[in-house]
Design a binder for this molecule. Structure first.
Ligand SMILES: Cc1cc2nc3c(=O)[nH]c(=O)nc-3n(C[C@H](O)[C@H](O)[C@H](O)COP(=O)(O)O)c2cc1C
Length: 194
């Protein structure tokens, strides 16, 4: 696979105190280990190259903290800026995924992920969920997907650093995203070839 054929995964994030930024870095590590390319980007400081990467991406994983049970205003601003791609469906048939954190175990993170998945649907994107099954279903997988979230990746903010189990789950999620992007790109090639 050449560099041009290698799926590109973009991770546009917003983070005030670093948890979501760390999550993005762990997801990117999982993606990179699986052979895809990543661009992580702070939505408060997007360059023209970042916007070009978003337009070129096979998969966009949206990441932000949960604020008052939804996406932060600053992230919503990014989503609305990116909605300039909506009228001509420029992001149609890209894959999409979401990762969020909150300070409470629930914290209404599901609401933030729902908002991101509905946004992706409006953009014509195909949502990729979480597949990691951890304990108590598999007792030897303590900490993996500890929140039991399948719409997307959830992490719980327990202080200054990312919890090790959240970092582990984020890397696993990155692997899943890389595999899905590679599979999606192969499918596209087959469709074009036929
Ligand atoms: C304005 C504001 C609203 C928040 N609302 C929620 C919330 O609804 N539920 C929750 O559990 N945590 C809430 N939090 C906590 C953040 O979601 C949490 O600390 C998150 O991990 C911060 O991510 P970051 O370190 O990437 O900035 C809120 C924080 C702020 C500043």
């Amino acid at each position: 696979m050449t560099q041009a054929d290698t799926p590109l995964i973009c991770l546009p994030w917003f983070s005030e105190t670093g948890h979501v930024q760390s999550l993005a870095q762990e997801i990117a590590a999982g993606v990179d280990a699986s052979g895809a390319r990543t661009v992580t980007m702070d939505v408060t400081d997007l360059s023209p190259a970042d916007w070009q990467a978003l337009d070129a991406a096979s998969l966009i994983a949206f990441g932000c903290p949960t604020y008052m049970g939804s996406t932060p205003a600053r992230y919503s601003l990014f989503l609305e800026e990116a909605a300039s791609a909506w009228p001509d469906l420029r992001w149609q048939d890209k894959l999409a995924a979401g990762f969020v954190s909150a300070i409470h175990p629930s914290g209404d993170k599901l609401s933030a992920l729902s908002r991101l998945s509905i946004y992706a649907a409006q953009m014509g994107m195909i949502w990729v969920g979480q597949t990691a099954i951890g304990a108590p279903v598999y007792p030897d997988r303590q900490g993996l997907n500890a929140d039991g979230s399948w719409l997307g990746l959830m992490a719980t903010d327990s202080g200054e650093t990312l919890r090790p189990e959240d970092a582990q789950t984020a890397r696993h999620f990155g692997t899943r995203l890389a595999q899905m992007a590679a599979r999606w790109e192969r499918g596209s090639v087959n469709i074009r070839a036929n």
